[in-house]
Ligand binder design. Structure first.
Ligand code: SPV
Ligand code: MG
Length: 312
């Protein structure tokens, strides 16, 4: 393998947060501008400022912005360009959805490329390549052999240059119809293989399945071993808050697709309004202003700097 320079500190932040017991709220980005919006979102809740802690580069939304289905179809090089733009657009750590990771050799390469690009980590799911989106009830979901997937985790970890880069094992057992015993068995196996964290996925409308998993996993961790931090993606069971998931043993909660879904709905409404009204006045209500875009992308600040220089 080539000798590579270590990545900058932004990459280490996710590991540091998890190590210090800080729970993380993660939100999806699919472009530099969506990452800027996500990174700057900040609200005051009962006197405490709340922000997202990390960014999720979703395969669903990375595919959707390219106009292709979420079937592990994109060329990784073109996705890498988006990942780099997203990392450049934020100071927050970036967690990349690596789908199945491909075969072990491809996964080593993926880990090295992402670590070098200063990503905070990668998540791979224990399904067979090419995977199908987990939320689609129509798709056949086939689990990977437990040993094959564990070897892939080991190979990915061994390929990384630092301890900071996280390799997260994502459990698709519930999605594929397996029972909780099998899902817990796999979680223990992947933890033992060196996964830095475990993501359990479910498409039930209720959080019961993932909550039961969290308590069963913790109870099953053998003496002397540590339970890995747990992540979940509450897209379907979305009446439970991130705070409640944290209280029930989760360290990370990922809102995996909402910024693109919001933009898509607004785009459809605006396109229809432009045609219906035959002008743009009514559509303005659904749009950011041009000034908003200037400010978000640094245009306003760049012009101000130029003007200061001219007036000196
Ligand atoms: C993604 O965001 O691409 C995910 C989560 O993998 S899900 O769409 O629920 O499979
Ligand atoms: Mg995905």
């Amino acid at each position: 393998m080539h000798r590579l320079l270590p990545p900058p500190r932004q990459a280490a932040a996710l590991r540091a947060m998890l190590n210090s017991g800080h729970s993380v709220r993660v939100v999806e980005s699919h472009s530099a501008i969506s990452c800027m919006v996500a990174s700057r979102a900040s609200v005051n809740v009962c006197g405490t400022q709340r922000e997202f802690d990390a960014i999720w580069v979703s395969s669903l939304t990375s595919s959707a912005v390219r106009g292709i289905p979420d079937m592990e179809m994109y060329l990784f090089e073109s996705r890498m360009e988006t990942i780099r733009e997203i990392i450049d657009a934020t100071d927050k750590p970036v967690l990349v959805d690596g789908d199945t990771g491909g075969e072990a050799g491809a996964f080593e390469y993926l880990c090295r490329r992402l670590e070098r690009a200063s990503a905070g980590g990668v998540v791979i799911e224990d399904k067979r390549f090419p995977k199908r989106n987990s939320l689609s009830g129509e798709s056949a979901q086939e689990l990977e052999d437990i040993e094959v997937f564990s070897r892939k985790i080991k190979r990915g970890k061994a390929a990384c240059q630092t301890e900071d880069f996280l390799v997260v094992a994502r459990l698709e057992g519930f999605i594929a119809g397996a029972g909780i015993d099998e899902v817990v068995r796999r979680a223990l196996h992947y933890s033992e293989a060196g996964a830095d964290a475990i993501l359990v996925h479910s498409r039930q409308r209720s959080p019961e399945q993932v909550l039961e998993f969290a308590s069963r996993y913790r109870a099953a961790v053998p003496e002397g071993a540590v339970a890995k931090p747990l992540f979940c993606i509450p897209t379907t069971y979305n009446s439970i808050s991130a705070e409640q998931l944290f209280e029930n043993g989760f360290s990370g909660v990922i809102h995996a697709n909402h910024l693109l879904r919001a933009a898509h709905r607004a785009m459809r409404d605006v396109a229809a309004s432009l045609l219906t009204e035959d002008r743009s006045m009514e559509a303005d209500a659904f749009c950011s202003t041009i000034t908003d875009l200037f400010e978000e992308t640094g245009y306003t600040a760049a012009i101000e700097r130029n003007q200061r220089e001219i007036s000196v």
